[in-house]
Design a protein around this ligand. Structure first.
Ligand code: SF4
Length: 449
């Protein structure tokens, strides 16, 4: 057992601080995109990818269009249904792929994902083109890569699902958020539950190896009972995987923090109730948000890929790319004006061969990223992996992490540091606590265009 870096009193204070406000920021990636800045000088992608140590890569394509912007969404996406706009965008993505393939084709892809936005908002012929680009241009072998596509209830059709089947998609992920029409309306997601049922029936016929459904808790007007109603409706379709998201609102999202503060915060109650129900129904918890059946998987023999998500080749405007020490993307925005202008720059570009916006990760940030990627998932952090990678012991680099052990939010078992079930519920505040001072300052200085 390592020594806590705090006295008992400080430890209590530390835990109170972590548990008093569990929902601070969703550490989807570290560092967050708001820590990215202009890279001066821009970094040539050829050398960046030539030296990338990952054995296999992850190919991601971002489709930054949706039918409408949901009230909680702060992703890089533009409400735009026009087919000609989508075609021009896929043209640009293809140009980008042709240039990037020269830099990345020396390693195979273990994973391929199309996300957004709403990829299935694209017409069937444009959706098919994305797979052509992945296979013919980028060199994806669909037999040895797991393939995942995001969709939405109102955009899936038999024609599009046939394309996903043809390209051996393993996982289809659909955002439902709520089965209660009034709750959907309150987050500006005009969604008729009948539309959701139609989509689920259709998806059931196609029997993809993994069906993932997303739900949100803490919605305006939601109660723990109505949350469990949505969860039970979801369970009746027997999905292999369920993601449950606490509602986050920001000043730049359509639903404002003030709108939520008027009601009691039921998120922790919803989370706990969901955890119990999902466990009782045979789902294993893999992170604060992800629950899945242990049997969920594909029959393919997938290449190994590091769970650290290095070697991520992100095509499209808004996609992030991660090499071991450089993360880069196009600029980030949420407003219509900003996203429109960033997409306009992307589709009019001829050259995509440098990283000009992102962050170069210091050794310190590589360590923090490595730790956060591991401990916020049930697999946890193998202490030996950390020492092998960084040549130091975790406890000597970050003695403050022993607070997890002494507070009961984490535990060390067989040389692996995990969060406990209680700690998993505070993943967002633990993640937020572990952000470095430099990255936090950088994020706070970011001005959203
Ligand atoms: S939450 Fe998803 S569907 Fe809604 S606007 Fe954002 S990207 Fe689009």
């Amino acid at each position: 057992m390592t020594l806590s870096s705090f006295s008992l009193e400080e430890l209590h204070g530390w835990k109170d601080n972590i548990t008093a406000n569990p929902y601070r920021s969703y550490l989807y990636s570290y560092p967050h995109k708001t820590a990215y800045r202009d890279l001066q000088p821009p970094i040539p992608l050829e050398s960046l990818w030539r030296d990338e140590p990952a054995e296999s890569f992850f190919l991601y394509m971002h489709i930054p269009f949706c039918g409408a912007r949901c009230g909680f969404c702060n992703l890089f996406t533009l409400p735009d249904k026009r087919a000609n706009v989508h075609t021009t965008y896929v043209d640009a993505l293809e140009r980008q792929a042709k240039q990037w393939a020269a830099f990345t084709r020396h390693k195979p892809y273990a994973r391929f994902a199309i996300g957004g936005g709403t990829p299935t908002l694209l017409a069937a012929d444009q959706l098919r083109r994305l797979f052509h680009i992945a296979v013919d241009t980028m060199g994806l072998d669909t037999r040895s890569a797991s393939i995942s596509v995001e969709t939405s209830p109102e955009t899936i059709t038999e024609e599009k699902l046939n394309i996903l089947k043809e390209y051996t998609v393993d996982r289809v992920s659909m955002g439902i958020q709520s089965f209660v029409a009034a709750e959907s309306a309150a987050i500006y997601r005009p969604q008729n539950p009948d539309e959701v049922y139609r989509a689920l029936e259709l998806l059931g016929k196609y029997d993809f190896p993994i069906l993932n459904l997303d739900l949100i808790y803490g919605l305006p007007g939601q109660t723990v009972d109505s949350w469990l109603y949505s969860l039970n409706q979801t369970l009746s379709y027997d999905p292999e995987e369920i993601f449950i998201y606490p509602l986050y609102t920001r000043e730049h999202t359509i639903v404002k923090p003030d709108d939520i503060q008027r009601q009691e915060d039921i998120r922790l109650d919803c989370y706990k109730a969901a955890g119990q129900l999902l466990k009782a129904r045979g789902y294993r918890q893999y992170s604060m948000r992800r629950f899945a059946k242990e049997t969920a998987g594909t029959d393919k023999r997938i290449l190994d890929y590091s769970c650290q998500e290095e070697g991520m080749v992100g095509l499209g405007c808004g996609a992030r790319s991660y090499t071991r020490n450089v993360h880069y993307a196009s600029r980030y925005g949420v407003s219509r004006k900003a996203t429109e202008s960033i997409i306009a720059d992307y589709v009019s570009a001829d050259r995509y061969d440098t990283a000009d916006y992102g962050i170069v990760l210091s050794l310190e940030e590589q360590k923090r990223r490595f730790i956060l990627k591991a401990i916020l998932h049930s697999e946890g952090l193998r202490l030996e992996d950390y020492s092998l990678r960084f040549g130091n012991s975790l406890w000597s680099d970050y003695p403050e992490l022993s607070n997890l052990l002494h507070s009961g939010l984490g535990k060390e078992e067989d040389g692996v540091l995990h969060l406990t079930t209680e700690g998993m519920g505070y993943s967002d505040s633990i993640g937020d606590w572990f952000i470095s001072v430099e990255i936090r300052e950088q994020m706070e200085r970011f001005v959203l265009p």
